[in-house]
Design a protein around this ligand. Structure first.
Ligand SMILES: [Zn+2]
Length: 94
C-alpha cells in the first residue's frame, strides 16, 4: 500500500489540504491498520471522520481506501504475471 506521504501528497494536490491526521489515523497504528482498512466499517468510520474533520476529509478517507485497493491489486497482478512466466519457463513453454 502507498506510504502515508503518497496519500498526503495526493490529498494536497486534490483539495489543497494534506489531511495528514486522517491518513495517519488509517495507516499509523500497525495493530489497527487492517481494521481501519476494513470496507465493512466505512460507514461507521466515515461518519466519525466526517464529524471530526468534515465532509472533504470523509472523501479523502474513502479515496485512501480506494487507492490502497488499487495499489494492492496492481502488485498482486504484477506478482501473478511474473509467477506465470516463471512457471511456463520452468516447463519450457514459450
Ligand atoms: Zn492505507
Amino acid at each position: 500500500m502507498p506510504p502515508i506521504d503518497n496519500h498526503v501528497k495526493k490529498s494536497m494536490e486534490k483539495t489543497g489540504k494534506d489531511y495528514k491526521d486522517v491518513h495517519e489515523w488509517i495507516d499509523g497504528d500497525p495493530e489497527k491498520k487492517a481494521e481501519r482498512h476494513d470496507i465493512t466499517k466505512i460507514y461507521e468510520y466515515g461518519k466519525m471522520i466526517e464529524e471530526k474533520y468534515g465532509k472533504e476529509a470523509l472523501q479523502e478517507y474513502i479515496q485512501h481506501i480506494h487507492d490502497d485497493v488499487k495499489t494492492k491489486f496492481e502488485h498482486l497482478q504484477h506478482d501473478m504475471e511474473k509467477k506465470i512466466v516463471d512457471t511456463l519457463a520452468y516447463f519450457g513453454v514459450k
